[in-house]
Structure formats: C-alpha cells, structure tokens
Design a protein around this ligand. Structure first.
Ligand code: KIV
Length: 276
C-alpha cells in the first residue's frame, strides 16, 4: 500500500456552471463511472470531469443481470465511498428503479443521496418532468436520462438503439426540451442515432452526455469496466477497451487518462462506436 500523499484537489471543483461553460466553449466533458474510493481517486487524477455512481453497479459490482434490483441504500453506500476521494469531480448519483416514482419519493431519495452520500447531482431515467421540476425547485441539480433506459429493460424486451424512426426521434427531442424546461441541468443520451443526438445537443442550452450516441454530444460517459475490458460477455459496440488496446505503459491510470484525452480531442467515440 502506497504512503504517497494524495492530492487530487488542486483543480477547481467542477460545478453545473463549469459544465455549461464547457458546452459554450466547445470543450468536451469527460465522464466515467466509479463505485469506490480507489477508482474515484484514479479518475480524479486522470482529469475526469464527472464521476457517475451509476446503478450499473447492480451488474458490474453486484453481479445481477439488470439494474432493477439496485436499492437506494446501495446507491447511498457507493456514492459515499466515491465521495471520499472524488477530488475536483462533480459527483452524479443514479436514482435507482422506483426511487423517483412520484415527487415525494424523489425528493426523499435525492435528499439521502446528497446528505448521506455526498452527491452533487442526481440522474433519473425517463421524461419525468414533474419529478424534475420538484427536484430543481428545491435546488437539486438533475441529469435526465433519455434513449435506452436500462431500468425499463423488462418492458423494452432487450437493449436496443432508441429513436431510429422519425416519430420516435421527434418524441425524444420533445422530451429533451421539456426536461430542460422543467429544470434539468444536463441530459444523458444512451444508444441514440448519431444525427438525433446531434440535433438534441444543438437544440439544448444544457450539456448532453452520450453513451452510444455518437461524437456530437457535449460529453461522453462509459462504464469503467467496459473501458478496462473486463465486462463479462460481449463488450457493447459503443465501448472501447482503453487498457489492452494500447501498448503504452502505465496500466489502469494511463488507460483512463487515454480515455479522457480521446474524449477531449473528439477522437472517441468514432463511427465504430456509433449508430445510424
Ligand atoms: O448506470 C450507469 O452506469 C449509467 C450509464 C450506462 C450511463 O447510467
């Protein structure tokens, strides 16, 4: 175990204002998931802007087949672990399945994620504008999650690209605008055709973050395990193994730094990771 002093706090904290400014300036936002303090520290050192404590932890940490079993207690615990070493990064925590089914539950559970977990922003799946308005009205930063919504996997019947036909694409654009109007500070787009994500990103004043949504979003996110090539089974098309697909030294910290640089320079994602 290293006794080297930890200093990942030298950069100014990333806030919602920083993120808006980055969008205005055309600087890409690098976001990545983490679920514990050790990796949070590595991400901060690598220059990640936003750490997402995703409910993907249900799959990559807990070993479930979906994110549905994840509980608010799990999210609070892992958010607290990440917050211990998050340095300058903005900490975004997922609101798990059924934890935001009405404004009262959403307010109670977001309060726990912020007060007990140390989150700075919460993310929730779906065009739940009433809930977003309630959270935003209490000063809680919110990221909406549109496109593929893994918490609805049993209803969707599979992980598929969303918004491919013109009607679905128009509905998604409408939803994104309504979420912004309700007070969302950011919109995450998962598995969305490149052109639909580009149009939404151009229309919104708040930043968009893509995963499988092409290069025109204002930022990108990956699940850490996908980036490290340790996802069980087949790696999703939108992911890249930044660890083993490089001959450079430096192990995991260098792989994460390569991801950050590739996002900032607009080299990731490219057409191989995107959907038409
Ligand atoms: O839970 C998660 O990690 C996520 C990403 C897939 C964006 O929501």
């Amino acid at each position: 175990m290293s006794t080297t002093p930890i200093d990942n706090n030298s950069r100014a904290p990333v806030t919602v204002r920083t993120l808006r400014h980055m969008k205005e300036e055309g600087e890409k936002i690098a976001m990545l998931t983490a679920y514990d303090a050790s990796f949070a520290h590595v991400l901060a050192e690598a220059g990640v802007d936003i750490v997402l404590v995703g409910d993907s932890l249900g799959m990559v940490v807990q070993g479930h087949d979906t994110t549905v079993p994840v509980r608010v207690d799990d999210m609070v615990y892992h958010t607290r672990c990440v917050a211990a070493r998050a340095g300058h990064m903005l900490i975004m925590a997922d609101m798990p399945f059924m934890s935001f089914r009405d404004p009262v539950h959403a307010l109670d559970n977001a309060t726990r994620l912020m007060q007990e977990g140390g989150a700075h922003m919460v993310k929730l799946e779906g065009a739940v504008t009433e809930v977003v308005a309630a959270l935003a009205g209490q000063g809680i930063p919110v990221c909406g999650h549109l496109g593929l919504q893994p918490q609805s996997i049993h209803k969707l019947g599979g992980y598929r690209v969303q918004g491919r036909d013109s009607e679905a694409a128009a509905a998604m654009r409408e939803d994104a605008l309504r979420m912004q109007d309700a007070g969302a500070d950011m919109i995450l787009l998962e598995c969305v055709p490149v052109d639909v994500a580009r149009e939404i990103s151009e229309e919104l004043a708040v930043p968009t973050i893509g995963i499988g949504a092409g290069p025109h979003c204002d930022g990108q996110v990956l699940v850490l395990q996908d980036l490290l090539g340790i996802t069980p089974g087949r790696r999703p098309r939108f992911a890249q193994d930044f660890l083993s697909e490089s001959t450079e030294p430096g192990g995991i910290p260098a792989a994460i730094a390569r991801y950050v640089t590739a996002v900032k320079e607009g080299r990731f994602p490219d057409a191989r990771h995107s959907f038409e």
